[in-house]
Ligand binder design. Structure first.
Ligand code: SF4
Length: 441
């Protein structure tokens, strides 16, 4: 008899969330593998803005480049956040619709739930509780970022039957084979299972996995220990398929290290887009390394259709930067911006991340970095630190903030910064940056 798996991308519980080309790529890749191996696959993606449930009831507004707001419902704030004058929300499908849908599909033989940011776990736990109630006896397997970074907490509290960590490797497929009572194994490059969506308005894609740098606050190497590049041809096949199938125009590269690699992977992909006359808007929301932007690459990015370029800087201060692993300097950002502008990019298309939330980043230092970045005529993108378990920064922070070990809710980037910078001061910086960005055309 054909085996069935139900994939679930649960809700986000947070103060703010926005669909910047977000798709549960790990889950959809597993879905592709399962389908290839003869398993019937269904999906409930609580965060699909184009879900027919929303289409029938609301006018789903599209924002720039296929991005958009999620539907949300206010939920009660956990004790830890009670003192903050902020609304806590559950983003995504209403709970009753989720519960109804669990019964709408044929009964699955396994439920696979993914997880995102560590502090979003209430959505994961809620989904698991509802699956247990509606589909008693069906094994629940939890994976994803939260499960990988907080495996003990997830095993103790989630209610899942199995918590699997890291990217799906041999052990993952063995465990899944046992649950489904079918021999399963990892294949090669299986297409991500986008067919499970009724509508796709953008393509989320990786050309590589992981990052060879090891910035002490970043969890990239914990999620993907080895930097792995995809074949440019495989990436191009995915892009062309999405253009033909879904008529998408927006492609968001979600690599941690898009410009890094032994060969010229990224340039070959840009050449493919140019030579196939694909009329696309390209985006790099995770930030590219300014050090690797050359004059020629900037020109190619412009010709291929880049519209959103983000670069990581964090701080202009050289001493602080070298303590963070020295991945970049202010001078390198300045040079990259000059190349990009010379290639024809507008300042509004380029954003540089400036970080707050580390105790050693004082308000004065952040303001200084903001001023210098703004002086380049580009957008300043404030990034608020979320402590990532397993990183050197987390180990250091837990000395002063022991609560981050107790409950992942406390890793929330909106709130963690207030342990380091008074709320009024941080709000002041945010308001000031908004004004500065409005001046950049
Ligand atoms: S360069 Fe970026 S992705 Fe790589 S380790 Fe540093 S912060 Fe993480």
């Amino acid at each position: 008899m054909k085996k069935r798996a139900l994939l679930i991308n649960p809700w986000i519980y947070d103060f703010a969330a926005y669909d910047f080309w977000s798709k549960p790529m790990g889950l959809l890749t597993i879905g592709g593998e399962l389908k290839r191996q003869g398993i019937e696959v269904h999906l409930i993606d609580c965060l699909d803005r184009h879900d027919p449930y929303f289409q029938k009831r609301f006018k789903v507004k599209e924002k720039k480049f296929g991005t958009g707001k999620y539907y949300f419902e206010p939920v009660s704030k956990p004790t830890y956040f009670q003192h903050l004058p902020l609304r806590y929300k559950r983003y995504g499908l209403p709970e009753a619709e989720f519960a109804r849908r669990l019964k709408a599909f044929p009964r699955p033989d396994a439920v696979l739930i993914t997880s995102g940011m560590t502090y979003w776990y209430p959505g994961v736990f809620e989904a698991i509780a509802l699956v247990k109630e509606r589909l008693p006896g069906v094994p629940i397997i939890l994976g994803g970022i939260f499960a990988t970074l907080c495996p003990d907490f997830a095993r103790r509290n989630s209610g899942a039957d199995l918590v699997l960590t890291g990217r799906p490797r041999e052990g993952f497929w063995k465990a899944l084979s046992r649950v489904l009572d079918r021999h399963l194994e990892a294949g090669g490059e299986t297409p991500v299972l986008f067919d499970l969506y009724p509508r796709i308005t953008y393509l989320t894609i990786f050309t590589s996995f992981g990052c060879p740098f090891q910035c002490p606050y970043c969890g990239a190497h914990l999620l993907q220990p080895r930097f792995q590049e995809r074949e440019p041809d495989g990436v191009m096949d995915d892009i062309i398929r999405a253009v033909k199938h879904y008529r998408i125009r927006d492609v968001a590269f979600f690599d941690d290290a898009l410009l890094v690699g032994g060969g010229d992977r990224f340039e070959q992909i840009l050449d493919g887009i140019i030579n196939n006359y694909l009329d696309l808007n390209l985006h790099s929301p995770n930030g590219i390394h300014p050090r690797f932007v050359t004059e020629g690459l900037a020109r190619k990015m412009k010709r291929a259709g880049f519209k959103t370029i983000r670069m990581g800087l964090e701080t202009w201060d050289e001493e602080l930067q070298s303590k963070l692993g020295g991945k970049v300097t202010g001078d390198e950002v300045e040079r990259a911006v000059a190349y990009l502008k010379h290639a024809g990019f507008q300042g509004a298309e380029i954003g540089v991340y400036v970080m707050g939330g580390l105790p050693e980043f004082s308000v004065e230092e952040i303001r200084k970095t903001v001023k210098l970045v703004h002086g380049l005529g580009v957008q300043v993108r404030l990034a608020q630190l979320s402590p990532v378990p397993g990183t050197p920064v987390f180990d250091r922070l837990k000395e002063s903030f022991p609560f981050i070990e107790e409950d992942p809710l406390t890793h929330n980037n909106t709130t963690f910064i207030y342990n380091v910078i008074p709320r009024e001061e941080w709000q002041g910086i945010k308001g000031w940056v908004k004004e500065l960005n409005a001046e950049v055309g």
